[in-house]
Design a binder for this molecule. Structure first.
Ligand SMILES: [Fe+2]
Length: 306
């Protein structure tokens, strides 16, 4: 026997799968090898490899590790049924948009999706076509209308539109439970027999994501602002079609080019023009003049392959 190989009963860490700097990722990933769910095994193995590569890349110090643990701990403590700091963290890191984009590739055949965001945490109340969702009487009146169609522009009767937005001061109802009426600026609408919908609201305003928690500290420490451009949230769904979660952005809003959560897509930007038409205003139940936002969601059929 060649003496350099050592006797067969001597421990050889690499062979025995012991942890080392050089082999850390492989050793830890191997510990998940017996996971019976192959997808879980794939995700954990990839996660471990990327995390270990990251720690080695930056040569993370112990104080930095402790700071990260503290940051994540406080992120959890800041989350409850009315505030989701982890979604905010995912949003400002661009992870939410990446997951959304990967999972809703449209090939240009339907309305593009964007992030759900952290404020869809209560069920929107069913409302009738033409109803107002602005319960607090503030803001610039706006008529929101359009038609829901399929990929061949066929109308989708009975399509459902779940909408929510911030108020004129840039806050969602759940952020101001003592200030705004409950379920202010939320509504669940059902399109008519020709796929049309319309309701009254206000012109959305740009707003900061909640920046008084750990995620706000992260933005401040890196010189990033917390603002999102003005938008109205939609989840549009219909039987036989794929639902789409998206926003409509107001064309003249600040921050369209620097959305704190990277949610803007050019195809989702709309003019919210002033309309001076007393008859139309009276028919809609709005003061004249008013603003109008037109948005025609296009859904893919459920059977369409991405
Ligand atoms: Fe929003």
């Amino acid at each position: 026997m060649d003496a350099s190989e050592g006797p067969p009963d001597v421990d050889r860490p690499a062979d025995k799968g012991r942890f080392s700097e050089a082999h850390s990722a492989e050793v830890v990933a191997a510990s998940f090898a017996s996971a019976t769910d192959p997808r879980l095994r794939q995700i954990l193995s990839s996660l471990v490899h990327h995390l270990h590569a990251f720690v080695k890349d930056v040569e993370l110090t112990e104080p930095e590790w402790e700071l990260a643990i503290d940051f994540l701990t406080r992120t959890g403590h800041r989350s409850d049924d009315r505030r989701q700091e982890f979604i905010l963290l995912s949003d400002v890191l661009g992870i939410s948009m990446l997951v959304e984009t990967i999972n809703h590739r449209t090939g240009g055949r339907s309305t593009e999706s964007t992030v759900l965001g952290p404020f869809h945490m209560v069920a929107s109340p069913p409302r009738g076509l033409g109803d107002s969702i602005a319960l607090d009487g503030k803001g610039t009146p706006c008529l929101v209308s359009g038609r829901v169609t399929g990929p061949d522009r066929e109308p989708i009767p009975g399509a459902r539109l779940d909408v929510w937005q911030a108020n004129a001061d840039g806050f969602y109802d759940v952020q101001q439970p003592d200030v705004q009426p409950e379920l202010n600026l939320r509504g669940l609408f059902t399109a008519d027999d020709e796929g049309r919908y319309w309701f009254r609201s206000i012109v959305p305003r740009y707003y900061p994501i909640p920046d008084d928690g750990p995620v706000g500290e992260l933005l401040a420490a890196t010189g990033r602002h917390p603002y999102r451009p003005a938008h109205l949230h939609f989840i549009v769904s219909a039987n036989g079609y794929r639902p789409v979660t998206t926003h409509v952005f107001v064309a003249d809003s600040p921050y369209l080019d620097s959305d704190a959560v990277f949610g803007v897509k050019d195809s989702l930007i709309r003019d919210v023009a002033e309309v001076d038409d007393p008859d139309r205003a009276a028919a809609a139940g709005l003061p004249n003049p008013f603003r109008a936002l037109a948005f025609d969601p296009v859904l893919l059929r459920e059977t369409t392959t991405p």
